[in-house]
Design a protein. Sequence first.
Length: 412
Amino acid sequence: MHQKKVSPNTNPLHPPPPSSSDPTHLTRPTPDLEIHYQKKNEPPLFPSTPHKRPLMPRSSTPSHSQTLSSLHDSPFKASSHPPFPCSCSLPLLLATKRITLRLLHHSCRASWLRLHTKLFILLFLPTFYLLTTAYYRYFLFFLVCAVFLFLLVIALSLALPAIRHFFISKIKPAPSKTHLPVVWSIGAKPKLECKLDSGCWVQIYSNGDLYEGEFHKGKCSGSGVHYYHLTGRYEGDWVDGKYDGYGVETWAKGSRYRGQYLQGLRHGVGLYRSYTGDAYAGEWCNGQCHGQGIHTCEDGSSYIGEFKWGVKHGLGTYQFRNADNYAGEYFADKMHGFGVYRFGNGHRYEGAWHEGRRQGFGTYTFRNEQTQTGHWQNGVLNVSSGGSSMAYDHRSKVLHAVQGGTDQGFTL
């Protein structure tokens, strides 16, 4: 297949070489940009032989070209466009701007100085008039006014800039708040790696407390001793940072508890001794005396029986310090129900009680075996009558229950 030779003049990508008669082709290019669009009826932009380069006409010597000689002689003479404007005026404009700003700044300062001077002269004129009329009379007044004017000028000089800045800040618009960009991510949330501290060491807290013992997952677990700052200490078992198990707790004043704990509270069987001399040995529930127990007071009196949430409640026996004795029912820490009260002098009362007083049916037996049976009201016998079989049956049941309860003792 024969390739068609394309002449240089017909190639759209290579314009024809400039002629010697037109020197404007080698002049400085214009900054204008022209974009040509190919029409539908025009021939294709690329020739049929893309790998064949067109042949350029050879010249004998470059020195014989009139165009090159004209380019060396005057490269800008033949340009049809005017040259770019000179940028030498830019530094001059900047210098003029700086000088103008400085003049404005100095003029502002001079205006403030003139204002202070006028104010000082205006305030000084009355004093000067009085000074010229009677010098000796108003000399002290002149000194006072001078000091006052001096202080006033100083105060104004200090206050006026602050007032000016205040009004300027009020006039200026508040800067817009910048909002942080919202970053979206696709995927599962990364799991935080938590460091599980387990072992045995000493932990010092910010409030002055100190713990020495075992840790599990960063909490006190196992056996350890906790020293409370200026209050006491605890030594025993721990679970998840709380007393749990068997432990001994002591306070700074001298109180002491030895027994069982559950989730930080006394729970189970334990012995508590107060610094006042009182003591309790028995069952505990959620930090309070609850169940069977023995309570001994500092004055020598004691109670053996049932407790409910920290108070005597149920069947029990109370031994008073004056040798009196009560065995019977309690309700809310008071003798209530049926009970037997034995006095130290040998007298005895068997009957009903209401909130610590003899009330209801009962029998009072003297030391010489004489008896008074009847209805009692607020500790006084109102009506004497014979005994009731129902009352005596209840009495026997209560006495039997009290005697059985006193046999279950706790060691203090």
